[in-house]
Write a protein that binds this ligand. Structure first.
Ligand SMILES: Cc1ncc(COP(=O)(O)O)c(C=O)c1O
Length: 373
């Protein structure tokens, strides 16, 4: 049976889950690089850092008193810094349903060796029973499980009058999903995901209660300089005003500013969330029309609108061939499932991906499926 190749290719075939596609219209020569070659502690350097911090807080509409800091080593750096600085004061509930969350659980139990740890877990495709979260405990979870395509439905499982702190790894959620900030004491993310920024830098967002913990709890283990958020029992406020712990890439900062300006220009965070939801809708229609492809997420209410994970009625070597065919034809790059996840596809639908590119991808997906099956 003949299987003609589709005529139109996505204008941008970048559907990776990180680093994600650059924003539409991105061009290096549009970046304000006036800080390059200057000290990050000069007036211009610090002003640039302060501006991205301010714009992040404004765009995300953070509550009064929340702080935003830029830290080293991307989202992993941000999460490790928080776990090492804050955990141990209370028992901790660790909720996870895919490999990144599982990684935090492993660090808490095997590296920090905490004893009072409740493991609240589930398999790929479903959320665990979040009603088990105890408001007296600290709680760690990922807002969006990037490798399973399952996100929390909302923050209703978090008590308003909790005594413990919530620590949320939201790297593939912030700017694409509604975040209930009052329920989140610590939130982390990195620039290369929803915003299509550059890797290397992490962001931490702290509620006043998180700061209170930092200032009143001293962990029993040594704290490397790169993790230290306090000095003499006080928060190092400078970190939240652009005085970074060590040297950031000012080129990445300029790139992040460009991404923030783009969010502002398209209408703010509601618009960037909507773009991602519209992208997901394209895939939802396709999945509903093709019985050979399904979302890994079982419950539509927890289906991720950024890292969309799909299972196919093909074996893993056929899936590999399909992925290669799509890449060889410049129709889609980097859409294989994460190495630790069930084999399948993961198609990024975050805000920087264009709906027209996803629409153009779909005939290619059908074509490649027919080629390998
Ligand atoms: C949920 C989640 N946590 C952590 C990470 C690690 O992020 P980074 O590479 O920014 O450290 C990722 C990366 O994909 C992720 O999706």
């Amino acid at each position: 049976m003949s299987n003609p190749t589709p005529l139109i290719k996505p204008a941008n075939p970048n559907f990776s889950s990180g680093p994600c596609a650059k924003r539409p219209g991105y061009a290096l020569d549009q970046l304000d690089i006036s800080t390059l070659g200057r000290s990050h502690r000069s007036v211009v350097g610090k002003d640039a850092l302060q501006k991205v911090i301010r714009d992040t807080a404004e765009l995300l509409q953070l509550p009064e008193g929340y702080r935003v800091g830029i830290v080293p080593a991307s989202d992993t750096g941000a999460m490790e810094m928080i776990m090492w600085s804050m955990l141990g004061a209370r028992p901790v509930d660790v909720c996870y349903w895919e490999s990144f969350g599982q990684g935090w659980f492993a660090d808490i139990t095997k590296q920090l060796k905490l004893e009072n740890v409740n493991e609240i877990k589930s398999n790929y495709g479903v959320l665990p029973d979040l009603s088990q979260v105890n408001p007296a405990n600290d709680c760690i979870f990922t807002w969006n499980g990037t490798t399973s395509g399952v996100k929390v439905k909302n923050g209703d499982f978090i008590a308003d009058d909790r005594e413990g702190l919530t620590i949320c790894d939201a790297t593939s959620a912030v700017f694409a999903m509604q975040m209930p900030w009052e329920k989140l004491d610590v939130t982390t993310f990195s620039w290369q995901k929803v915003l299509g920024g550059e890797g290397g830098h992490g962001v931490i967002i702290l509620s006043p209660r998180a700061v209170e913990r930092l200032e009143n709890y001293i962990p029993s283990w040594p704290m490397p300089k790169i993790f230290r958020l306090t000095a003499g029992g006080k928060l190092i406020e400078g970190i939240f005003k652009g005085a970074t712990i060590n040297t950031p890439s000012m080129l990445c900062v300029a790139d992040y500013q460009d991404a923030l300006n783009w969010v502002k220009n398209i209408g703010g965070v509601q618009a960037s969330i909507q773009k991602s939801l519209d992208n997901l809708a394209v895939l939802e229609t396709y999945v509903s029309q093709n019985s050979w492809i399904n979302f890994l997420a079982e419950d539509p209410a927890s289906l991720s609108n950024t890292s969309v994970c799909l299972s196919l009625d093909l074996d893993s070597s056929q899936i590999k061939q399909l992925i290669k065919l799509l890449a060889d034809n410049q129709a889609a790059y980097d859409i294989g499932a994460y190495k630790d996840a069930p084999s399948g596809l993961r198609i990024w639908c975050g805000s920087t991906v264009q709906e027209s590119d996803l629409t153009a991808l779909l005939p290619w997906l059908t074509w490649a499926y027919l080629e390998v099956s």
